[in-house]
Design a protein. Structure first.
Length: 163
């Protein structure tokens, strides 16, 4: 099971199937703490190491996309999210993170489609509702944007960005 923590995904349970999987869990903890400490270059190194250990790990690719977004490397972030999506199409977080990258690239229609896909997978994903609101606002669809922000607030009443 994964827990959302500032968009960086962490292993939060389950069983370890092999040594490589265990090593990625350890790197997930390192990545999380580096991310919280705003050590983004080191966080990217940890993501790359996790991918080196297991290139089929969608969570590692999503984490890399998250860090690349923070570093302002939006094209690369979108590509990392695409890799995560190809590995695990039913995983909502890379769709949301891809939407964030596309928003920064001012590709608002594509971003909206990515946020909608994240919400199709997880209709209770407050972050995706909030991001959808921003995309709709940039597209001039203000009434729909307000409804999306309201959904984010309804799902997570403490979701400050949507207030």
């Amino acid at each position: 099971m994964a827990a959302r923590a500032g968009h960086v995904q962490l292993a939060a349970g389950g069983h370890v199937e092999d040594a490589a999987h265990h090593a990625v869990f350890g790197l997930g903890d390192e990545l999380f703490f580096l991310f919280l400490l705003e050590e983004y270059d080191k966080s990217l190194e940890a993501s790359n190491k996790a991918i080196e250990i297991n290139p089929e790990d969608a969570m590692a690719w999503n984490n890399k996309g998250t860090v690349l977004n923070v570093l302002g490397r939006y094209d690369e972030a979108s590509e990392a999210c695409d890799r995560a999506i190809n590995l695990a199409p039913g995983y909502a977080d890379p769709w949301n993170n891809k939407g964030n990258a596309l928003m920064h690239l001012e590709k608002y229609d594509e971003a909206l489609a990515a946020f909608n896909k994240a919400l199709e997978i997880d209709p209770q994903y407050a972050d995706a509702w909030n991001n959808k609101g921003f995309a709709l606002n940039f597209l001039g669809r203000h009434d729909e944007a307000l409804k999306a922000f309201d959904m984010a607030i309804e799902i997570e009443s403490g979701f400050e960005e949507a207030k």
